[in-house]
Design a binder for this molecule. Structure first.
Ligand SMILES: *C/C=C(C)/C=C/C=C(C)/C=C/C1=C(C)CCCC1(C)C
Length: 239
């Protein structure tokens, strides 16, 4: 199916499919922007911008696979989590790269990566096969995932990462604080999508908010992946 047909057919009848298409385009455009911006910033920020571009580029590729899977009526769960398991650790790397000027250690970076991996693997078990792994069910897996998420938020808001940001001060501290808001508010979009798409004590939520889980995840990705990149871009051009 060619692109124009895809748009014309999907907009009125398949809103979810359209958000996959839109997401792929937005991620691609953002990648081009971040990659090209590398040439016009101070050398010390180039790797950070490279990582921003890689995050949106990896997402763009997965969005094309997810769009096709969705159009064929297949599950997108595996593509979704493969995307996240690659891009979320790269976001942890962004925290490290920004805070390196203040003496951030690789051990801080690995801690963030470890807990984000725990968050995603437990989330995957909650979604795969109706959360049947180990007989725990989606609500229990979601709780474990949420605990890892809170620990990450704690680290960037009050822990090691925060202390380094304060000692760096200036534009670095500002950028760190904005990224911390993304983690607290932007990342909270995902557990909402999870609760709308899995079965648990929270299933009544569907009567209040009627949104497809994929739409919520797609909005979360656009906000967080492009948003994170723009914060880094802003820091890179600030001095
Ligand atoms: C680019 C992708 C990003 C930033 C993905 C972030 C994903 C999360 C913060 C997911 C969190 C989840 C919970 C906190 C509980 C329920 C299961 C998850 C995996 C949806």
């Amino acid at each position: 199916m060619n692109y124009l047909n895809f748009i014309a057919m999907s907009v009125p009848t398949d809103g979810t499919g359209f958000t996959f298409w839109l997401g792929a385009m937005a991620m691609m455009a953002a990648s081009v922007f971040f990659f090209l911006s590398m040439n016009s910033v101070d050398a010390k920020w180039r790797t950070s911008l490279l990582v921003s571009g890689l995050i949106t580029f990896i997402a763009a590729v997965h969005y094309m696979y997810m769009r096709d899977a969705h159009a064929a009526g297949d599950s997108t769960t595996v593509f979704r989590y493969v995307d996240w398991i690659l891009t979320v650790p790269l976001m942890c790397v962004e925290f490290y790269l920004i805070l390196k000027v203040a003496g951030a250690t690789k051990s801080m970076m690995w801690k963030l990566i470890l807990w984000s991996t725990v968050m995603l693997v437990t989330g995957f078990f909650g979604e795969f096969n109706g959360g049947s792994a180990l007989g725990l069910g989606p609500a229990m897996w979601g709780l474990l995932s949420g605990a890892a998420y809170f620990y990450i938020a704690y680290m960037v808001w009050f822990g090691e990462a925060k202390k380094l940001a304060v000692s760096a001060g200036g534009a670095v501290e500002k950028a760190h604080n904005t990224l911390a808001w993304f983690v607290l508010v932007g990342w909270a979009i995902y557990p909402l999508g999870y609760m709308l798409g899995t079965e648990g004590w929270y299933s009544g939520l569907n009567d209040i908010i009627s949104l497809d889980m994929n739409v919520v995840y797609n909005v979360g990705d656009a906000v967080n992946k492009i948003g994170f990149g723009l914060v880094v871009y802003n820091l890179a051009v600030s001095k």
